[in-house]
Write a protein that binds this ligand. Structure first.
Ligand SMILES: [Zn+2]
Length: 330
């Protein structure tokens, strides 16, 4: 009886396997067909008249996009994205740290980051105070100087970051616009977005704005616990830092109080004053909705130019790029 049952079970399993095999082949065949059909449709779309016409019409738009992508890379390569450094561990490169404990101690779970200039190793109290009063502690422990030079350096950092941020945002809206103009079928964007940007000729810029982070860290002696406070240097933090430094300088003497502060807010004011129009070539945001505008020191800071309203002007990115290239050459 058992033998018969066993045979029956094997027969059922065989029957299932055979049936399943057919289903598997059917699924595979459908899967391949779907992909082949999709591939053919993709080829036909890219070779088609609609796509080719758009490609010709938008070639100058694409070229400009790629030029701005190159410009963003220039800003990124030429910019400095950091401020002061922490004093802790400034000589740590001279020493070698090893965990030599035996018996499987896993005490290296929390190890202080002495080698990182953006990390300040400190007491638990300082970590907690820094979270309550980040600017004060940033200035103190990362040695950001409340002097005219220190202030200028922070303003320059804010300017580079906002220029890069604006360029990156500008690229994104241009990309969205170009895609919108082509208005490709959904399956193209879903399955062939890489091929799409390649065929259109848009060079996607991998650049993002680096926002340095400054960390206050406490690591207990045994390495069992650690706590940290992180201050991220974004536009908001930088603007507040500029105001804080200026306030300190003004309290000491009144010179820094005389000039405007190069905050993101102030740059926007200058652009508004100039009616979002380039003061060299007169192109405006009305003419070109995607125009990338920047605020320029007429006499550069490096040549003693001040951040006063009279010394600031709105330029389009092309004119600003040409001007700064001439300055470097001069
Ligand atoms: Zn211009």
């Amino acid at each position: 009886m058992q033998f018969v049952l066993g045979l029956l079970a094997i027969a059922v399993m065989l029957w299932l396997a055979v049936t399943f095999w057919y289903i598997a082949v059917a699924i595979l065949a459908i899967w391949i067909t779907v992909r082949v059909v999709r591939h053919v449709r993709m080829k036909r779309y890219f070779a088609g008249e609609v796509f080719q016409t758009h490609l010709k019409e938008l070639s100058s738009v694409v070229t400009e996009h790629n030029e701005i992508a190159a410009y963003a890379a220039e800003i990124r390569a030429g910019g400095q994205f950091g401020l002061g450094t922490s004093g802790t561990g400034s000589q740590s490169d001279l020493a070698i740290f090893e965990n030599t404990s035996r018996h499987g101690y896993r005490r290296d779970r929390n190890v202080a980051h002495y080698q990182a200039v953006n990390v300040h190793n400190c007491s638990l109290q300082v970590v907690r105070n820094a979270s309550a009063d980040p600017l004060k502690y940033l200035i103190k422990y990362f040695r950001v100087e409340a002097t005219d030079e220190g202030l200028t350096q922070v303003e320059k950092l804010g300017e580079t970051m906002s220029r890069l941020g604006n360029a990156v945002d500008n690229l994104k809206t241009r990309e969205a616009d170009i895609t919108g103009e082509f208005n490709p079928p959904k399956f193209i964007l879903k399955h062939y977005s890489k091929q799409f940007t390649e065929r259109v000729g848009v060079q996607l810029s991998p650049i993002t704005v680096p926002h340095p982070e400054y960390v206050f860290e406490y690591v207990s002696a045994g390495g069992n616990s650690s706590q940290r406070t992180t201050v991220k240097l974004d536009t908001r933090t930088i603007d507040r830092l500029i105001e804080e430094l200026s306030g300190r300088i003004r309290r000491r003497r009144s010179a820094a109080g005389q000039r405007a502060l190069m905050t993101a807010r102030f740059r926007e004011e200058i652009k508004r004053r100039d009616a979002y129009t380039c003061q060299y070539c007169a192109v405006s945001l009305d003419d070109e909705p995607h125009l990338l505008l920047e605020v320029d020191h007429i006499v550069p800071v490096s040549r003693g130019g001040m951040s006063t309203e009279e010394n600031l002007q709105t330029l389009c990115w092309r004119c600003n790029r040409t001007k700064s290239n001439k300055m470097v050459g001069a």
